[in-house]
Design a binder for this molecule. Structure first.
Ligand SMILES: [Zn+2]
Length: 430
C-alpha cells in the first residue's frame, strides 16, 4: 500500500502511518548514532527514546561466528573491517540524514508486508516485543549466515528498502530486470489479468512487476536511486553505492544481493497526489523474497495468489477513494487492511474470479496471518490473526452467496457491506 494523496480532514493518511511505523527503526538507529557521537544534530530528536533503546540495547547485541561482537542498537562492533565500513558510512551521512530518510519514506509510502515486518523484528527484537512466529524464524535462518555488522550497516543506510524504492521509481512491467520470478510468472500474470477483468475499477494502468536482489550489487543502478532518495549529489551517492556493494558482495550470507532479505515484500503502490511520483504508473510488486517466504511457511500453493488478491484490493481502494474514513492511526490502517483481506478473498474464491478452493485459501491465509502475528498496536498493524481471518471468511461467504447468480458485486456495494461488518470483525474475542 503506497499512497501520496493529501490528508483527508480529521483522518490519518496511510502515508503518515507508513512513516510512523517505519521510523520506529530509524529512531533506534539515530539513537545509536547519537550515543556514538556521530550525529550531534540528531540528539534532540532522538532523546525521548534514548533511555529505552539504550537500556534495551543488550538484547540486540550478538556475537558473530568469528568471535567479534556487534550491537545493532548501540551501533558498536569489535570487528575491524566492520568498524571501518561503519566509520565510512557515518562520515558520508549528511547531518540531516534522518530527516532526508523520513521525507523519502513519507513520499513513497510503501506498505511493509508482514514478512518485511518480521525482518525488522529479527534485526532489532527490542523494537517489537512479541512471540516468535514462523516468519521470524524464517528470517532468523536467513540472518544466521550474515555478519551482524553487515546487517547493521545496511539497516543504517536503509538498504533493505532499496529494491522496493527502485521498483517504484524505475520499474516497468516490460523491463526484464523487473520480470516476475519465473516459477510464479504465469500464475501471477494470469491471476492479475483475472483481477483486472473481475473488478469494476480501471486497473489497466497498473504495472505488475517482480523485484530482485541483483540491484544490490549494481552501482550503476544504486547511485541514482540513492541520490534521489537522500537528495545528495551523484558523487556522494556513488560513494554510498560503492559502500553498499562492498558490504553485499563481501558477505557470503547475502549471496551478492540474492538473499531473500532484500526482496521480502509485496505491495500495491500509487503515486497519485505527488507532483513528481504521480507521473509513474501504478504498481503491484512481488519480491522474490516474499515468494520464498510464502513457500517456507508452507503456503506456496495458494499463498502468492491470495497476496495478489489482497494487493489488488488496495488498487480497488485507490480507484474508489476507499482509504478515506473518519478513523485515524492504527484503526484506520486496520480498516483498510481488513478490507483488502476481505476484497482479496472475495476475488480469489469467487467463481468468476480465481475460483480457488475456499477451505484451502482460508487455511493458507490463517497460516500467513498467524505467522505474522504480533500483539503490538502500531499504526502499521494489519489486524490480529483472528480479525483478519474473520474479514477473509466473510469475503469468501459473500462470494459463495453470489455463486448462484454468478454475479460480481460492484466494488462500492461490497465496500458498503464491509463497512457494516467491520465492527463485528474487530470486536474483542469472547
Ligand atoms: Zn495491505
Amino acid at each position: 500500500m503506497g499512497r501520496v494523496a493529501p490528508a483527508p480532514g480529521g483522518g490519518t493518511t496511510p502515508k503518515e502511518l507508513s512513516v510512523r511505523r517505519t521510523t520506529t527503526r530509524t529512531i533506534a538507529l539515530v539513537t545509536s548514532l547519537a550515543i556514538s557521537g556521530a550525529t550531534g544534530a540528531a540528539v534532540a530528536t532522538a532523546a525521548p527514546t534514548t533511555s529505552s533503546a539504550a537500556s534495551a540495547s543488550s538484547a540486540a547485541a550478538s556475537v558473530a561466528t568469528d568471535g567479534h561482537t556487534d550491537d545493532v542498537v548501540a551501533g558498536t562492533t569489535s570487528d575491524p573491517r566492520a568498524a571501518r565500513l561503519l566509520a565510512s558510512a557515518r562520515a558520508r551521512l549528511p547531518a540531516d540524514w534522518r530527516a532526508r530518510q523520513a521525507v523519502a519514506l513519507q513520499r513513497f509510502g510503501i506498505e511493509q508486508s508482514t514478512a518485511r515486518d518480521a525482518l525488522e523484528r529479527a534485526i532489532d527484537p527490542t523494537q517489537y516485543p512479541c512471540a516468535p512466529t514462523r516468519l521470524v524464524a524464517y528470517v532468523h535462518d536467513l540472518l544466521a549466515g550474515v555478519d551482524p555488522s553487515s546487517v547493521e550497516l545496511l539497516t543504517m543506510l536503509g538498504a533493505f528498502d532499496f529494491p522496493s524504492f527502485d521498483a517504484v521509481l524505475s520499474g516497468t512491467s516490460g523491463d526484464p530486470r523487473y520480470a516476475l520470478d519465473e516459477a510464479h510468472r504465469s500464475e501471477l500474470t494470469s491471476s492479475f489479468r483475472a483481477a483486472q477483468r473481475f473488478w469494476d475499477t480501471d486497473g489497466s494502468d497498473i504495472a505488475l512487476m517482480g523485484m530482485h536482489g541483483d540491484l544490490m550489487r549494481d552501482p550503476a543502478r544504486l547511485t541514482p536511486l540513492i541520490g534521489f532518495l537522500y537528495g545528495i549529489p551523484e558523487s556522494e551517492a556513488a560513494e554510498w553505492a560503492a559502500l553498499v556493494v562492498e558490504v553485499v558482495t563481501g558477505d557470503p550470507g547475502l549471496a551478492d544481493g540474492d538473499s531473500p532479505l532484500f526482496t521480502l515484500n509485496a505491495f500495491a503502490w500509487s503515486g497519485e497526489g505527488d507532483p513528481i511520483l504521480s507521473s509513474l504508473p501504478d504498481k503491484l510488486v512481488f519480491g522474490d523474497g516474499m515468494l520464498d517466504a510464502l513457500g517456507a511457511i508452507g503456503v506456496g500453493d495458494v499463498g502468492p495468489r491470495a497476496i495478489l488478491g489482497h494487493e489488488y484490493g488496495h488498487h480497488v481502494q485507490y480507484d474508489r477513494d476507499l482509504f478515506d474514513s473518519p478513523l485515524t492511526g492504527a484503526e484506520a490502517t486496520r480498516r483498510t487492511e481488513l478490507m483488502a483481506d476481505a476484497f482479496g478473498t472475495y476475488f480469489v474464491t469467487h467463481k468468476r474470479g480465481l475460483a480457488l478452493n475456499t477451505a484451502r485459501v482460508l487455511q493458507a491465509e490463517q497460516s500467513f496471518y498467524e505467522a505474522g502475528d504480533c500483539s503490538f498496536t502500531s499504526a502499521g498493524h494489519h489486524g490480529t490473526p483472528d480479525q483478519r481471518l474473520r474479514a477473509s471468511t466473510w469475503g469468501a461467504s459473500v462470494a459463495a452467496d453470489a455463486h448462484k447468480q454468478g454475479h460480481v458485486l460492484p466494488s462500492l456495494t461490497l465496500d458498503a457491506q464491509f463497512e457494516a461488518q467491520l465492527p463485528v470483525f474487530v470486536a474483542p474475542d469472547a
